[in-house]
Design a binder for this molecule. Structure first.
Ligand code: MN3
Length: 202
């Protein structure tokens, strides 16, 4: 079964506080779709791999034949990262609660400490890439990756993702990545992140 574009859990204009509707539409319907199309094309003729969930492919890139490994890494990563990005945003932000809230307090000294470290990772990613909050060997970590690389590939579980490719913010923010990041925190769906954290801990 080929990979397909997930529907957004909200309208394109639902995140206007941080991301304009036109950017959301192009990003979802064009950019994300293109990663999926290229991933499916790369997997053509590889029935067994094509049947695997994207997490399994990215978590074991060595099992992917070398001839298509880079295509799967880039386009499969693009598919996975964007799917996560849509899920962890929403018009209702909230704050980290429960187990996640406690873990953020103990690792980052609270939400402000988390924001500051996460901003540093997202701003410091040179060129195109992502910033993540991930679950790594039993604890929360912040990391950034180049291009469409996923923390899954090194065995970590991504919980929160921020796209810092220019296509994610250029229409409204042009070169002002710092402003985009600052606004983006207002549309983080902490309830969704908390669920992912509980699943990762289970
Ligand atoms: Mn993108």
């Amino acid at each position: 079964m080929p990979h397909t574009l997930p529907e957004l859990p909200y309208a394109y204009d639902a995140l206007e506080a941080a991301i304009d509707a036109r950017t959301m539409e192009i990003h979802h319907a064009k950019h994300h779709q293109a990663y999926i199309d290229k991933l499916n094309a790369a997997l053509e003729g590889h029935e067994e791999l094509a049947a695997k969930p994207i997490e399994a492919l990215l978590g074991n890139l060595d099992s992917v034949p070398e001839a298509i490994r880079t295509l799967v890494r880039n386009n499969g990563g693009g598919h996975y990262n964007h799917s996560l990005f849509w899920q962890v945003m929403g018009p209702e932000s909230g704050v980290p609660e429960g187990e996640l809230g406690s873990a953020i307090d103990s690792v980052f000294g609270g939400l402000e400490g988390f924001r500051s470290s996460f901003t540093e990772a997202a701003l410091g990613q040179f060129g195109s890439g992502w910033a993540f909050l991930a679950f790594s060997q039993g604890k929360l970590v912040i990391c950034s990756t180049l291009n469409q690389d996923s923390p899954l590939t090194r065995g970590d579980v991504p919980l929160l993702a921020l796209d810092v490719w220019e296509h994610a913010y250029y229409l409204r923010y042009q070169n002002r990545r710092a402003e985009y990041i600052a606004q983006w925190f207002s549309v983080v769906n902490w309830g969704a992140v908390g669920k992912k954290f509980n699943e990762a801990c289970a």
